[in-house]
Design a protein around this ligand. Structure first.
Ligand code: ADP
Ligand code: 5GP
Length: 192
C-alpha cells in the first residue's frame, strides 16, 4: 500500500480550502472521492466531491468490506473511503490524500502503514463564524458541528502535524512545504 496523507480537523477549519490550494501546487497528490449518504449541496457533483449513495447501498458496500474506513457523522449520515479509490490513485502513480473527520483519521493513522496525519486547527469562534458565512448547513447542524469541534480540537495532539489556519496564505505555505517535504522524503527512501 502506498503512503497516504490524511487531512483532518473540525468543520469550518478550512480543510477543503487548503486542499484545493495544495493540489494546485503539488501535482503528485490526488484527493480520494469519499462515499456519503448525506444530501448533495448546491454546486456539488456526484463522483466529484463525493459519491452520493443511498443508505442501503452504503451499508451493502460496508458488508462487502469495500471501505478502508467509514463513520457515522452528524445527523446519522455515513461517510467512508472506498479501498478502490486508493487503488485507482496508486495506479495513476499519485499519492492519495484523504480528507476525514477525526475518528476516521485516527483509524487510518493506526491501521495504514506509512499514513501521515495533518490536523487543521482554528479557534472555535472563528469556526462558527465561517460555517455561518459558508451557509451550507442549517443553524441546528452548525450548532452540532461546533459542539463536536470543541471535542475534536482537544484531539489535535494525537495527529502527526498541526497547522493553524488563521491566516490562509500562511497556512497554505505551511501545508505545501510540509507535504513537499514528506513526498521528497518518501521519494528518497531506498527501494528494495
Ligand atoms: P472545512 O472543509 O474544514 O469544513 P472549508 O474549507 O469549507 O472548511 O472552509 C470553511 C469556510 O471558511 C469557507 O467559506 C472558507 O472560504 C473559509 N475559510 C477557510 N480558511 C479561512 C481563513 N484562513 N480565514 C478566513 N476564512 C477561511
Ligand atoms: P461535509 O458534510 O462537510 O462534506 O463533511 C463532514 C465531515 O466528514 C468532514 O469533517 C469531512 O472531513 C468528513 N469526511 C468526508 N469524507 C469522509 C470519509 O470518507 N471518511 C470519514 N471518516 N470522514 C469523512
Amino acid at each position: 500500500m502506498p503512503a497516504v496523507l490524511v487531512v483532518t480537523g473540525p468543520s469550518g477549519a478550512g480543510k477543503g480550502t487548503l486542499i484545493r490550494e495544495l493540489v494546485e501546487r503539488v501535482p503528485e497528490i490526488e484527493v480520494t472521492v469519499s462515499a456519503t449518504t448525506r444530501e448533495r449541496r448546491r454546486g456539488e457533483e456526484d463522483g466529484r466531491e463525493y459519491r452520493f449513495l443511498s443508505a442501503a447501498e452504503f451499508h451493502a458496500r460496508v458488508e462487502h468490506g469495500e471501505f478502508l474506513e467509514h463513520v457515522e457523522f452528524i445527523s446519522g449520515q455515513c461517510y467512508g473511503t472506498l479501498r478502490s479509490e486508493l487503488a485507482r490513485i496508486a495506479e495513476n502513480g499519485h499519492t492519495p490524500l484523504l480528507e476525514l473527520e477525526t475518528e476516521g483519521a485516527l483509524r487510518v493513522k493506526h491501521e495504514v502503514p506509512g499514513a501521515v496525519t495533518i490536523f487543521i486547527s482554528a479557534r472555535v469562534d472563528e469556526l462558527e463564524r465561517r460555517l455561518r458565512e459558508r451557509a451550507t448547513e442549517s443553524s441546528g447542524e452548525i450548532h452540532e458541528r461546533i459542539e463536536l469541534a470543541r471535542k475534536q480540537l482537544e484531539q489535535a495532539r494525537e495527529f502527526d502535524h498541526v497547522i493553524e489556519n488563521d491566516d490562509l496564505e500562511r497556512a497554505v505555505t505551511e501545508l505545501t512545504t510540509l507535504v513537499r517535504g514528506l513526498l521528497g522524503a518518501t521519494a528518497t527512501m531506498p527501494r528494495r
